[in-house]
Structures are given as structure tokens and as C-alpha cells.
Write a protein that binds this ligand. Structure first.
Ligand code: C5J
Length: 223
């Protein structure tokens, strides 16, 4: 195991080593952070999420420079929608439904421009991209096997949205025995109050799901 790094975090310091830790970047796709995508069809203002992009890009560069495992996820569905339960497809009254044609291709469909990761955070060679039909990264994906295969025991979690796919993934990971630190300045919500409360929920009760800390508290320890 490489050197142990101790990060000031809530509710107490988080320890990790670079070789047993992955930076997991959740769903930084056009469909969530650019106009005309899934997030906007649900009535959200994508500007609420865009502040995360430069901060996360800086931390991604640091993680890559020290050789940390980086794993990206994308939420989306097969073109025939066979992996999209009717409960998800038909819920609510969005301006467009999953699979409908939008300005960046069909909404939340694999292979479409809107489904892909934004340029600023685009995966480089060797970084796995996990396509997931649900909110959590473990459900119906190879994510768990990827972590086991690489000897990963701790996750630094970033991306969108804080209270939906970030939370679901952290909860799934916690139940499987992973220790998760949510990067508070690298996750975003369409709802400021959910951002605040979503982060508090992770570290409350002695770290019921994990830890939180800003990436800016980790970067000086890695560089
Ligand atoms: C949502 C996600 N919010 N990536 N997905 O539907 O959080």
C-alpha cells in the first residue's frame, strides 16, 4: 500500500492511500449540465450545476498526475429503452421524455451526443466509463467488479447530482463496505437547499454514509 494520506474532513479525518482509492465522477454528461438535456426537461436550471466543472477539472488533473484510478459514470438507456422501466419513463410531466429527440440527440440515450461526458472532463485512455441505467453506479453495471479487480477500497466521489446519483452511489457503496468521501466542492445539485442538506446527510451521525471535504483540502496533500 502506498503512503497513507490524512484529509481534514467531516465528521473526522479521512485516511486513504492513492493505490487503493478511486476518483469516481458521476454523470458529468451534457444531458445534466447543458441546456436541452434530460435535466432541463425536468424543469431544472442547468446553470446551478456548472460551477462544479472548473473545480472538478482541476482536481481531475491532480488525480491523474498522481496516478489515482479514475472512473466515470453515465446515466442512460439503450436505444430500444428495454433497460428503462416504465416507472422511470412515464413519471411526471417533463417537457420531453427519455428517448425523445432533443437538440443533442435522443434524451438520455446511449450513443447520443447529449448522453456523453462534457469535453472539460472527458475520460482519457485507460479510464473506465460505466454506463448505468439507474441512479446508483452499482445497479446493473460492472462497477463493483471494476473496483474489486483494482483493489479499490475507498472512493472520492464527485459529479451530479448530489442528492440523486451521487447519494445513491455512495449509499450503495457504503452497504458494500467501501469508505466514501464526497468532494463537497465537486458535486452539484439543481437545488441549493438539497446541496447543503445532501452533504450534511452524508457525514451526520458519525459519518452514516461517509465523509465530506472540499477537493481543495486534498490537493495540497497530493502535490
Ligand atoms: C438525476 C443524476 N438527477 N445523475 N440523475 O436524475 O443525478
Amino acid at each position: 500500500m502506498s503512503e497513507t494520506i490524512t484529509v481534514p474532513a467531516k465528521p473526522y479525518p479521512f485516511e486513504f492511500s492513492i493505490d487503493q482509492t478511486a476518483l469516481v465522477i458521476i454523470d458529468m454528461q451534457r444531458d445534466f449540465v447543458e441546456p436541452g438535456g434530460f435535466g432541463e426537461t425536468l424543469g431544472n436550471d442547468v446553470e446551478e450545476l456548472r460551477g462544479v466543472i472548473p473545480v472538478l477539472a482541476d482536481f481531475l488533473a491532480v488525480a491523474r498526475s498522481v496516478g489515482m484510478t479514475v472512473i466515470h459514470t453515465r446515466e442512460g438507456h439503450l436505444p430500444d429503452l428495454s433497460d428503462c422501466p416504465p416507472a422511470k419513463l412515464n413519471r411526471g410531466a417533463p417537457s420531453m421524455r427519455i428517448g425523445d429527440p432533443g437538440p443533442n440527440g435522443r434524451i438520455l440515450i446511449r450513443g447520443e451526443k447529449g448522453h456523453d461526458i462534457i469535453e472539460e472532463l472527458y475520460p482519457i485512455e485507460g479510464e473506465p466509463v460505466v454506463d448505468k441505467p439507474g441512479k446508483g453506479a452499482f445497479y446493473a453495471t460492472e462497477f463493483g467488479d471494476l473496483l474489486v479487480g483494482r483493489g479499490i477500497t475507498k472512493l472520492l466521489v464527485a459529479g451530479v447530482t448530489t442528492e440523486v446519483c451521487v447519494h445513491t452511489t455512495v449509499r450503495e457503496a457504503n452497504d458494500r463496505g467501501y469508505e466514501c468521501l464526497v468532494l463537497s466542492d465537486c458535486v452539484g445539485s439543481y437545488f441549493p437547499k438539497f446541496q447543503e442538506v445532501g452533504l450534511e446527510m452524508v457525514s451526520a451521525q458519525g459519518g452514516i454514509f461517509g465523509w465530506t471535504a472540499p477537493s481543495t483540502a486534498i490537493t495540497p496533500l497530493l502535490t
